[in-house]
Design a protein around this ligand. Structure first.
Ligand code: NI
Length: 180
C-alpha cells in the first residue's frame, strides 16, 4: 500500500525516533508499504517518520544506477547492489569515513528544494534486518549518502540542516513558503 509522505513542517520529522524492540507483523507490513511508497515516489530512500511513524526503520534502494557507487561490501565480501536492494533496516548504526564530498540532495518530505550537502564519502553501516540477522554494508557514493540521509531522519535531522551557510539563505526563503 502506498502511504502518504509527511511533509516539511510536520513535527514527526523532528522527532528522535525510538528503537524497535520487537519485529511483529505490523512492522513487516510497514516495511513492505515503505518500499512501495518509496518506489511510487521514485525516491532512493524513505525513513519511518516520513510515513508518520517515529520508529527507527528505513528503506533504501539506489540500484537504478549501478554507477552510483564504486564499491560495495556486504558482510565483508564484495557484492552486487541487486543482492541487497531494496534495503530494509531497523536500529541502524553508521561509522563514517573518507573525505567529505559535496553533492546535491533532495528529500521526499521537502518537495521542490534541492541543495548541496557535504558528507563523509564512505560508510560502514550495521543494519539489523527484520529477521534478526545483521547486514554490514560498506559503500561509498550515493549509497553512503542515502544511508546517512535516512539515519539523519531517524534522529529528526533534515538535509536542509546540513547545507552550507551561504546556500542556506535562499533555501530558508523557500522553506518559509512551505509554511515553517
Ligand atoms: Ni529525506
Amino acid at each position: 500500500m502506498v502511504l502518504e509522505i509527511t511533509q516539511y513542517g510536520n513535527p514527526v520529522l523532528r522527532k528522535k525516533c525510538s528503537k524497535i524492540e520487537v519485529v511483529d507483523d505490523d512492522i513487516r507490513k510497514l516495511a513492505d508499504d515503505m518500499i512501495e511508497t518509496m518506489e511510487d515516489a521514485q525516491g532512493v530512500g524513505l525513513a519511518a517518520p516520513q510515513i508518520d511513524k517515529d520508529i527507527r526503520m528505513a528503506v533504501v534502494d539506489v540500484s537504478h544506477d549501478p554507477e552510483c557507487i564504486s564499491f560495495l561490501k556486504v558482510n565483508g565480501a564484495d557484492a552486487k547492489m541487486e543482492d541487497v536492494m531494496p534495503l530494509v533496516f531497523i536500529n541502524p548504526e553508521l561509522e563514517l569515513d573518507g573525505p567529505r564530498e559535496i553533492e546535491t540532495e533532495g528529500c521526499l518530505s521537502i518537495r521542490d528544494i534541492q541543495a548541496k550537502v557535504k558528507r563523509p564519502s564512505i560508510v560502514k553501516a550495521l543494519l539489523p534486518q527484520l529477521d534478526g540477522s545483521v547486514l554490514v554494508i560498506e559503500a561509498d557514493g550515493l549509497l553512503a549518502r542515502a544511508l546517512q540521509h535516512e539515519v539523519d531522519h531517524l534522529n529528526g535531522i533534515l538535509f536542509v540542516d546540513r547545507i552550507s551557510p551561504a546556500a542556506k539563505v535562499s533555501v530558508k526563503r523557500k522553506l518559509k513558503r512551505l509554511g515553517n
